[in-house]
Design a protein around this ligand. Structure first.
Ligand SMILES: NC(=O)c1ccc[n+]([C@@H]2O[C@H](COP(=O)([O-])OP(=O)(O)OC[C@H]3O[C@@H](n4cnc5c(N)ncnc54)[C@H](O)[C@@H]3O)[C@@H](O)[C@H]2O)c1
Ligand SMILES: O=c1ccn([C@@H]2O[C@H](COP(=O)(O)OP(=O)(O)O[C@H]3O[C@H](CO)[C@H](O)[C@H](O)[C@H]3O)[C@@H](O)[C@H]2O)c(=O)[nH]1
Length: 327
């Protein structure tokens, strides 16, 4: 298939674009490089552009005869969405509507959308299933939920087929160490801990050790980026007009911040000093997926179930690229 990957020069998008290409698809990456990297994608497959440029998107989709879109492009920092919500409403809602309308104009009706566990807010029942109430507690989660609703309405009215894939914590890197996670600024736990191991930071700050969890630190579900990539392809293959897939993508295993740091110590052999810092506003104590519906509907399940194996792949990338991509 001919696939347009919005945000394909970013972290999850670049791993997925590579997987799609290796599986024989004709992949075009559309990215404004606000967070993405030229080095993460083949130069002859990158189209630099913004989602807001609707007419450009329509012509591209027509010229390239695009069959389906994978839509990763977004602003994705929970904290920033609270301090600068306008950016999130514009980039995650307005820009996505521009993409959806360009798809309509170009008669492209299949889309796989990057949603998030942040659409669930702070549920008290763990693990989280797809029928858990979606009640986001920050603008980021709300903008993603809003697009899930838009997709349902577009599917109904305009024959779109869509998958809203609600990822938990994307983590790890391509095992060969070629591509990996490089955000600026970096806010994600695993890359920050590994920067301590590389001697680029003095210590890891644990944001709160007084949560109601066994070791007092927050629990998350760290899903390997290559497992996410595989799920995207399988979901895309199921899409047809009127099909609506809404699926959690996680391992089903909860891992605490302390356990992540311990895994990083094991993998890197570095002592990794830690300090306790105040809680980060908006952090739910625990987010763990029940991903059994993805198994039922896609035959998909995570292959990386041991946090050490995931950290090893991230470490390979960081050692090979201690300062991230060149651009
Ligand atoms: N990383 C995670 O743990 C996680 C978890 C759940 C959901 N998600 C979602 O997955 C997607 C990818 O996340 P990521 O971590 O790879 O983020 P990322 O920032 O690495 O990638 C996003 C890409 O989109 C591009 N982009 C942003 N706005 C754009 C625009 N208006 N026009 C064109 N390109 C634009 C950026 O340059 C970047 O390359 C996002 O939609 C995010 O909300 C991520
Ligand atoms: O220096 C740090 C960084 C993070 N943490 C903790 O580590 C855990 C994981 O934090 P990340 O920032 O790595 O990930 P989040 O769980 O905050 O965010 C992830 O899940 C969100 C949904 O809740 C969004 O989808 C987001 O894009 C995705 O990265 C949290 O408890 C956080 O408080 C620390 O203790 N110290």
């Amino acid at each position: 298939m001919k696939i347009l990957v919005s945000g394909g020069a970013g972290y999850v998008g670049s791993h997925t674009a590579r997987h799609l290409t290796r599986e024989g698809h004709d992949v075009w990456i559309y990215d404004n490089l606000s967070q993405g990297h030229r080095g993460a994608v083949p130069a002859d497959r990158l189209i630099v552009g913004d989602l807001h440029e609707g007419e450009k998107l329509t012509s591209l989709m027509r010229e390239l005869k695009i069959d389906a879109v994978m839509h990763f492009a977004a602003s994705a920092l929970v904290g920033e969405s609270v301090t600068d919500p306008a950016k999130y409403y514009r980039n995650n809602i307005v820009a996505t509507l521009s993409l959806l309308d360009a798809m309509r104009a170009a008669d492209v009706r299949r889309i796989v959308f990057s949603s998030t566990c942040a659409t669930y807010g702070e549920p008290d029942q763990m693990p989280i299933t797809e029928s858990t109430t979606q009640s986001p507690v920050n603008p980021y989660g709300f903008t993603k939920l809003c697009i899930e609703h838009a997709l349902a309405d577009y599917a109904n009215a305009y024959d779109f087929g869509y998958a809203a894939l609600r990822y938990f914590n994307a983590s790890g890197a391509s095992p060969d160490g070629d591509i990996g996670e490089d955000h600026d600024p970096e806010s994600h736990l695993i890359p920050i801990v590994l920067q301590v191991a590389l001697g680029q930071r003095e210590a890891i700050s644990i944001f709160g050790d007084d949560y109601p969890t066994p070791d007092g630190t927050c629990i998350r579900d760290y899903i390997h980026v290559d497992d996410l990539a595989a799920a995207h392809l399988t979901a895309m293959e199921k899409l047809a007009p009127g099909v609506a897939l809404k699926l959690n993508l996680g391992t089903g295993e909860g891992v605490s911040v302390r356990e992540v740091i311990e895994a990083c110590r094991d993998v890197t052999g570095h002592a990794i000093p830690e300090t306790i810092a105040p809680r980060r506003p908006g952090d739910p104590p625990e987010l763990v997926a029940d991903a059994s519906l993805a198994l039922q509907q896609l035959g998909w399940k995570a292959k990386y179930l041991d946090i050490r194996e995931t950290v090893k792949t991230a470490w390979n990338w960081h050692v090979a690229h201690p300062h991230g991509y060149d651009d």
